[in-house]
Design a protein around this ligand. Structure first.
Ligand SMILES: Nc1ncnc2c1ncn2[C@@H]1O[C@H](COP(=O)(O)OP(=O)(O)O)[C@@H](O)[C@H]1O
Ligand SMILES: [Mg+2]
Length: 212
């Protein structure tokens, strides 16, 4: 089923009146980050904080995006069974499609003024069997490495932590695909560096050709 731009416009005005406050059985606390193609929110459930990330909100190449999401989902599903201090914990992975009761909430949360009209929103290009990819994960209190100045002792800890994360990736044949300072968070509660963002990752059989 294809939704026209007009239908979206109507949804949008309804959305403005009913600002989203929840997603599934989580309460939406605040917007955490707004990327070029993602929106990240802090959630709360039973007095515990979580992070919700919608990804691939817009797309240039539907087939390519679907393929990458398939790979990312495989990695996130693998990670959901792993608890490691240097890798973000993954709790839930899925898609919100237009038949999902959370779909309206998704529309509510996106500031469509920020999303360029070209390319078209992701959901516009899909049939009702596809949807907006999302992941619910651990909330890491801290800041990403781009904001962190490290002394030599901290640099050593950073390297040790990253090597520890990479060894887990190697064990499960995970290629992260986007290792950079913005995707490493310093967890102020545990004092550990944590790898996030699996939007370009995959499970590969050709490990060690590319290390990240
Ligand atoms: N689980 C998390 N806990 C705390 N902050 C997070 C978490 N996930 C993402 N963030 C924050 O949001 C930013 C964007 O998240 P990221 O997954 O890297 O999205 P993008 O695909 O836009 O790069 C991160 O750099 C970080 O500051
Ligand atoms: Mg990132």
């Amino acid at each position: 089923m294809i939704y026209s731009g007009k239908v979206i416009a109507i949804n949008k005005s309804v959305a403005t009146m009913n600002a989203a406050k929840s997603f599934k059985d989580y309460r939406i606390v605040r917007l955490l980050d707004s990327g070029a193609n993602s929106k990240t929110y802090v959630l709360n459930k039973d007095n515990k904080q979580f992070v919700l990330k919608f990804t691939r909100i817009v797309t240039l190449d539907v087939a390519q995006d679907k393929e990458q999401w398939y790979k990312t989902k495989q990695v996130l599903t693998t990670l959901s069974s792993i608890k490691h201090p240097n890798i973000v914990e993954v709790y839930e992975v899925g898609e919100v499609d237009i038949t999902d009761s959370n779909y309206q909430r998704f529309l509510d949360m996106i500031n469509w003024n920020e999303v360029k009209s070209e390319p078209e929103p992701y959901y516009n290009q899909h049939d009702s069997s596809s949807g907006i990819p999302y992941v619910i994960m651990q909330y890491i209190e801290g800041h990403d490495m781009i904001k962190q100045h490290t002394n030599s002792e901290q640099a050593l800890e950073l390297i040790t932590d990253l090597m520890s994360a990479l060894s887990v990736f190697a064990k499960y044949n995970i290629r992260h695909g986007d290792m950079k300072f913005q995707n490493v968070i310093y967890n102020t509660k545990t004092g550990r560096y944590v790898v996030i963002d699996f939007d370009f990752s995959e499970i590969t059989m050709h490990l060690n050709i590319e290390l990240t």
